[in-house]
Design a protein around this ligand. Structure first.
Ligand code: APR
Ligand code: PHB
Length: 390
């Protein structure tokens, strides 16, 4: 088999890249180790930045997102017995977020690629990358795929990043001493907007997927087991952390899914080796507090598409050569924002000084227009040319 761009991974990064390349007349094959059902059902974050919404819309895959996604113009920071709204409409006029599950984006992209005759191979075992310096190819289950370049879109645990020879990448990382327990519940959201709650019992987040489905997260110990969290304990803990302002009652309903995710920050630089380009979680991970993971993946593949389109149209490698450094500007901004949100809102053991700093900073963010604007503009997403030198 031969294609122009061999894409490893059918997450949001790989699927969107394949579609954007198709719109530019560039051929690709997507290789995915899991089943279609698995990638479509996997529950992940659900906040799309304005720029992500625009990219999906412009690429003609935004129809269901516009119909079913929930535009939000603010979030609440809840702490110290009070709720404080961060109003995007005033702080960052014209920019908002859209709440729409990542697996819905994945479903929309798969449907569109298949309708356009694209090739996505699911359940592909033993993917291996070869000859990355020149004339690369990918092998899998006894087959060989030759390509001009390879896009490593296979997430944090994928095969692409480890295929880069030792010593090439510089890795930056931070682990957090807690995890998130996430639950989906069949109950209408108890508030119209997301609530980020700082409490002495740990962080909690009230989010949603639709007018009928709520999504919640609880800060939990890193080694927690789902067995330790029967429904009643989950609701009791959510109530204790969220019912902290007068008049707020948490509506409860059947829990339909639960998961635990680690909290880490990670960046591998550069995002390229020879003909291999890394995009999305394969190159960088953020803790989910700032809801940046999917949005960063979209920003990466937007740049990779432009670079490959220029290469195929003119033979110039200028944008391909700039790909890693261009992506990393945004990646590091999101790294800082995600670390900052995480550090601001979670409970750290034995750190009374840090606790006082959190409360002081929360007071600042909820009273200063300048500080609130910093949160708002990062949350809705900085413009795509952020960090570009004139
Ligand atoms: N061979 C083929 N496919 C692989 C391999 C492999 N060896 N290893 C992993 N994959 C697949 C995974 O099964 C997954 O479907 O690559 C895909 C990677 O998708 P994601 O992990 O979703 O990563 P990405 O597309 O970069 O999405 C960005 O946004 O909300 C965040 O972290 C969240 O996944 C999300 C991310
Ligand atoms: C989600 O709804 O899954 C979600 C929302 C906001 C976050 C993280 C996750 O910061």
């Amino acid at each position: 088999m031969r294609t122009q761009v061999g894409i490893v991974g059918a997450g949001p990064a790989g699927l969107l890249l394949s579609h954007l390349l198709h719109l530019r007349g560039i051929d690709s094959v997507v290789l995915e180790s899991r089943s279609r059902r698995y990638v479509e059902q996997r529950v992940r974050a659900g906040v799309l930045e304005q720029g992500t919404v625009d990219v999906l819309d412009e690429a003609g895959v935004g129809e269901r997102m516009r119909a079913e996604g929930l535009p939000h113009h603010g979030i609440e920071l809840r702490y110290g017995g009070g709720g404080h709204r961060v109003p995007f409409e005033r702080l960052v006029p014209g920019r908002a977020i859209t709440v729409y599950g990542q697996q819905e984006v994945v479903k929309d992209l798969i449907a569109r690629r298949l309708a356009d005759g694209g090739t996505i191979l699911f359940d592909v075992p033993d993917v291996a990358l070869h000859s990355l310096e020149k004339d690369p190819y990918i092998t899998f289950s006894g087959e060989r795929l030759d390509c001009d370049v390879i896009a490593g879109c296979d997430g944090f645990h994928g095969v692409s990043r480890p295929s880069i020879p030792e010593g090439v990448l510089t890795v930056f990382r931070r682990e957090y001493p807690f995890a998130w327990l996430g639950v989906l519940a069949e109950v209408p959201p108890s508030a119209e907007e997301l609530i980020y709650a700082h409490s002495d019992r740990g962080f909690a987040l009230h989010s949603m997927r639709s007018p009928e489905i709520s999504r919640f997260y609880l800060q939990v110990p890193p080694d927690t087991s789902l067995e330790d969290w029967p429904d009643e304990r989950i609701w009791a803990e959510l109530r204790a952390r969220l019912e902290t302002v007068p008049g707020f009652t948490l509506a409860e309903g059947p829990i339909i899914s639960r998961d635990v995710s680690a909290m880490r920050s990670f960046v591998a630089e550069p995002m390229r080796y020879g003909t291999l380009y890394l995009a999305g979680d394969a190159a960088h991970i953020v803790p989910p507090t700032g809801a940046k993971g999917l949005n960063l993946a979209v920003a990466d593949v937007r740049l990779l598409t432009a670079a490959l389109a220029e290469f195929y149209a003119t033979g110039s490698t200028a944008l391909l050569d700039a790909y890693s450094s261009s992506c990393l500007k945004r990646v590091w901004r999101a790294q800082h924002f995600s670390w900052w949100m995480t550090t601001l809102l979670h409970t750290f053991d034995d750190d009374p000084y840090g606790r006082r700093l959190q409360l002081s900073h929360l007071d600042y963010v909820t009273s200063s227009e300048a500080a609130a604007t910093t949160l708002a503009e990062n949350y809705v997403g900085l413009p795509f040319d952020f960090g570009a030198r004139p």
